[in-house]
Design a protein around this ligand. Sequence first.
Ligand code: GRF
Length: 226
Amino acid sequence: MGKRTTKLRLGVLASGSGTNLQSIIDACANGSIDAQIVRVICNNPAAGALQRAECAGISGCCINHREFAGRGEFDAAVIEQLHHDAVELVVLAGFMRIVGTDFVRAFPKRIMNIHPALLPAFPGLQVQKKALESGAKFSGCTVHFVDDGVDTGPIIIQAVVPILTDDTEESLSARILEQEHRIYPQAIQLFAAGALEIEGQRVNIAPAWAGAEQLRTQALLNPPAP
Ligand code: GRF
């Protein structure tokens, strides 16, 4: 893929406070990603993400899922808005709705999601609590492409965080969220740079971006080795 001459057009979908949206707004503003957010859509009128968009001068709107007969109709309205804005990459950032097959078909290999666990472990909801209760020593977060399943698409980047003896659901969620804010802009930049290739369930990252040598000697232990 040749180098782009225009910035990648992002459409961000969010339901909540929008801290991930904010990390992407900041990364676009400081030039660490070659992209521009052209639209923020919230399904929840009270979402903090709408205020964040407004503060940043980004077009935002609410498409309230409660006003539609079903998921298909809601998805169709969202797709129409994203097409209208000529969105090239759809970014789900704390978007608490499952996108249907037609949505995935409308943006093939062009929808990303962030999930606060190390997929394929702990898909679904309340995953920080599930990780804590499982006794695992590590959890983390995952940016992945969206396919027809729930949290099953090809994985782009993961960040690992330790689970500490005195962790609560809140403390673990906060540690994971900090890493979400690092890896989501990074994944978007890899996409914008044309560095991602999907091969079946795997995402190949172009060598210049993959950091393979650095990773070869890295391992995390919890507890650390004496
Ligand atoms: C994040 O943990 C995200 O992974 C999850 O919901 C949370 C949303 O946070 N799906 P925010 O709205 O980006 O602050």
